[in-house]
Design a protein around this ligand. Structure first.
Ligand SMILES: [Zn+2]
Length: 511
């Protein structure tokens, strides 16, 4: 079929408009996409030839869905979004069948999971689960979690002749290792070498980055434990993406608190950095799902490869930009966010591990609780104000981890608190609920009074999911302690927002 020049330019204008909607309404987790490179790959005819059709189609599906509330394009918009998603899935399968696999395909799989998390007419747990399995298998297939298996820390290589690999992206030896106490299965969780090396060899084909060179991370970049104090004041704001690209505020307002991209990298290194960020975005995505499933008891997702720390040898984004020469503090907000996500995943994984003995569980619970405290304290020290731009996402993950630890390992809590477990936990629960009610009030003002809050508005059907998980958590807290009435007040505030959003996003499917 041939299109006239006018039709072509009209179609392109529609594509650009839907993509703008996609970026504008997206959560900060999608910042693994480098926006200038993304648009280049669409407008530059040479690069367009290498663009995975499923990546463009899945972005358009999400962008179209965000315009599908009953206040915008309504049911026809949602139907069109589902059609685009179907095409994206078809294109992805076709590329797989043809052996055309690259980072674009994994990004498309990620966007399909993201779509499935939203409220839409066909939403179901099965669809969500199968999209997640596809993403997990693609990440595993190309060993994206072990891209930095060839990187060694200078300090470790000098001070020890024993292997120090396989620890990147996770805690260093002096910090919390959630699997250290869990017996044979996990005892060497962060020190496994052989699979990491094998994986590095296979991953190089995807990223076109040299795999044979051994890189060294300078001493001053080594991540400290979560208790490391900040120097005097944090420098996160200077490393935020808005520092270099102020226009991101208009294009993707939720991304304004994300970390900048390293400069001066070769094409291969840039692709490698995109792969790293994609993996971390997947950790954020699965941890967010965990925050929901950990309270509903659905632990099907805990068997994903992406959730197993033994599979990691990957630099955090902050480490990558430090490698590129920028001054980065160990406890920068982005690293703390990711530690929160990893911590929740670790708690979830141990919770569902039926083979662990009581003594190991006790030790795990104690250390997890202390690490949650440490990460929270480290976040409290920040003066940059960037946390609000992520909707205090990390705090939510930490509280979910705390709930997981306190409910699943209740009998061990007295060992980690000197002032009485119940009072101590109640105090934490109350401050978490108050903080979340504050966010709910902001959203309510945005929805009801038309006051615009850049990260939150009706174009984000995922917020319904967020509110429902909060309602469940608040009611669980109340069930444990019926004198804890603030939990009921909070759940009412969350119900009000969820119901209001459901008016815009009617659905007969599962939440
Ligand atoms: Zn900061």
């Amino acid at each position: 079929m041939s299109l006239s020049a006018e039709q072509r330019s009209g179609a392109m204008a529609q594509v650009v408009s839907d993509l703008r909607s996609f970026f504008f309404s997206s959560f900060y987790w999608l910042s693994f996409i480098n926006i200038p490179r993304f648009f280049d790959s669409i407008f530059d005819p040479r690069r367009r030839a290498h663009l995975q059709p499923s990546l463009l189609l899945s972005a358009l599906a999400v962008g179209t869905l965000t315009q599908g509330s009953d206040a915008d394009k309504g049911a026809s918009g949602r139907a069109r979004a589902l059609k685009l998603l179907e095409s994206a899935d078809g294109a992805l399968q076709a590329s797989l069948a043809a052996g055309w696999v690259d980072i674009g395909l994994v990004k498309a799989a990620w966007l399909i999971v993201y779509f499935e998390m939203q409220v839409h007419p066909l939403k179901s747990i099965e669809r969500e689960r199968s999209s997640l399995l596809l993403l997990d298998s693609l990440i595993r297939l190309f060993s994206l979690t072990t891209l930095d298996a060839d990187v060694q820390r200078l300090q470790s290589s000098v001070s020890s002749t024993t292997n120090s690999r396989g620890r990147f992206g996770m805690n260093t030896s002096q910090t919390f290792n959630p699997y250290r106490y869990s017996g044979n299965n996990y005892s060497d969780a962060f020190g496994t070498v052989a699979p990491v090396e094998a994986a590095a060899a296979s991953s190089s084909t995807l990223c076109n980055a040299p795999a044979s060179t051994t890189h060294h991370v300078p001493d001053n970049l080594t991540l400290g434990p979560s208790t490391s104090p900040l120097v005097s004041r944090c420098n996160c704001a200077e490393l935020a993406i808005t520092h270099d690209s102020p226009t991101i505020q208009e294009l993707a307002p939720s991304w304004s608190g994300t970390i900048t991209w390293p400069k001066g990298l070769s094409e291969g290194e840039l692709v490698k950095e995109e792969c790293r960020r994609l993996v971390w975005a997947t950790v954020t995505l699965t941890a967010t799902l965990n925050a929901y499933t950990s309270v509903t008891g659905d632990d099907q997702g805990s068997r994903l490869s992406i959730k197993d720390p033994r599979n990691y040898a990957l630099m955090f984004p902050a480490e990558s930009i430090a490698m590129a020469g920028l001054p980065v503090q160990p406890n920068n907000v982005w690293t703390l966010y990711l530690r929160s996500m990893l911590l929740l995943q670790a708690c979830e994984r141990v919770r569902t591990d039926r083979t662990m003995c009581d003594a190991d569980r006790a030790q795990f619970a104690t250390n997890a609780w202390l690490e949650i405290d440490a990460v929270e304290n480290a976040l409290d020290q920040h003066t940059c104000g960037l946390e609000s731009k992520s909707g205090f996402h990390a705090r939510e993950m930490l509280f979910s981890a705390r709930m997981c630890v306190s409910h699943e390992f209740q009998r061990y809590i007295p060992q980690v608190s000197t002032i009485g477990s119940k009072i101590f936990y109640r105090d934490k629960a109350e401050s978490w609920l108050k903080q979340r009610m504050g966010v709910a009030d902001l959203i309510w003002a945005s929805l009801k009074e038309g006051r615009y809050v850049h990260t939150l508005d009706r174009r984000k059907p995922l917020l319904i999911y967020w509110f429902v998980s909060h309602i469940i958590k608040a009611l669980m807290l109340w069930r444990v302690d019926s004198t804890f009435t603030i939990a009921l007040v909070a759940s009412k505030a969350f119900v009000k927002c969820a119901e209001y959003l459901m008016v815009f996003w009617p659905s007969t499917g599962e939440l």
